[in-house]
Design a protein around this ligand. Structure first.
Ligand code: CP
Length: 303
């Protein structure tokens, strides 16, 4: 795996291997690169979890981390993302974890020798979040076949939903959608079934809520927070109807009392905090995979 840019590029077997390896890291397995490796986390959009858990994963693997703040870099002088990545490669960086608002920003960077790990591209893909979500589901249920998983809310703007819906379907889960019909994607019809929130809650094994991404609605949000919560949120009343073993997920950050009632965020059924914890182990597995690929390419180079 030279780069990790989208879930679509991972086979079911590769997804399985990354989840297994994350499990081994969670059990305490240690891996470090054969030679010193260097990573830079280039976040052009805000992040708490992805940025810091990649940094934690890098430190746990003994990878040196360069600091990068776009507001203090030559990006402010008009340097392109390609030239920034080219610079990182030239100074000896092995892995660039990048979050950027442009969908598919990574395409021009793939010809570089530096490994590119996508930390989120606009409304496109968020593969490390998807893998940590899959890991959390597998940890709970042991697998995916026949599981009923609902993805609820701002699907059209959610790179998490875009990555998860097709991955879950390929892994054998039954995918359902709920939320404002105008916030669905075209691909929802081919990947799953749309249901009303009140009909869905009693049937699902996993209810995956999505943040309402106010910043991507161009100030045209059609719901008040309380209206959205009443129509499409996981209220206490709806949560009370969930199956005994069903779980609640959310990639975070959470808009409390919008997508989910405040008191449910850390309730018994919630795996929201566990998702954050699992993010470190999944990111260790991703970094190990790209570093091993890089080591192999260096070893087999004959000139
Ligand atoms: N889930 C997620 O991507 O969170 P951050 O935006 O804080 O990284």
């Amino acid at each position: 795996m030279k780069d990790l840019v989208s879930m679509e590029e991972l086979s079911v077997a590769e997804i399985g291997e990354l989840l297994e390896q994350a499990g081994r890291f969670k059990q305490g397995e240690i891996w470090t690169p054969k030679k010193q490796m260097y990573a830079v986390n280039m976040f052009f959009e805000a992040s708490t979890r992805t940025h810091n858990s990649f940094e934690m994963a890098e430190k746990k693997l003994g990878i040196d981390v360069l600091s990068f703040d776009p507001s203090k870099s030559s990006v402010t002088k008009g340097e392109t993302l390609y030239d920034t990545a080219l610079t990182m490669q030239a100074i000896g960086v092995d892995v660039a974890v990048i979050r950027h608002s442009d969908e598919n920003y990574y395409e021009p960077l793939r010809k570089l020798g530096i490994a590119v790990v996508n930390g989120g591209d606009g409304c496109g893909q968020h593969p490390s979040q998807s893998l940590l979500d899959l890991f959390t589901i597998k940890e709970e249920f042991g697998g995916f076949k026949g599981l009923k998983v609902a993805i609820v809310g701002d699907i059209v703007h959610s790179r998490v939903a875009n990555s998860n819906m097709q991955a879950l379907k390929r892994l054998g889960a039954e995918v359902f959608f709920a939320g404002p019909p105008e916030w669905m994607r075209e691909s929802c019809a081919e990947l799953g079934t749309y249901m009303a929130m009140d009909d869905l809650v009693e049937q699902m094994d996993v209810i995956m809520l999505l943040r309402v991404q106010e910043e991507r609605h161009d100030g045209l949000l059609s719901f008040t927070k309380s209206d959205y919560h009443a129509l499409y949120g996981l209220t206490e009343a709806r949560a009370a109807k969930m199956k005994e073993r069903a779980i609640i997920m959310h990639p975070s950050p959470v808009n409390r009392d919008v997508e989910i009632a405040d008191c449910l965020v850390e309730c018994e059924k919630s795996r929201i905090v566990e998702q954050m914890t699992n993010g470190v182990y999944i990111r260790m597995a991703i970094l190990e995979a790209v570093c091993q690929d890089k080591e192999m390419r260096v070893t087999t180079c004959t000139y």
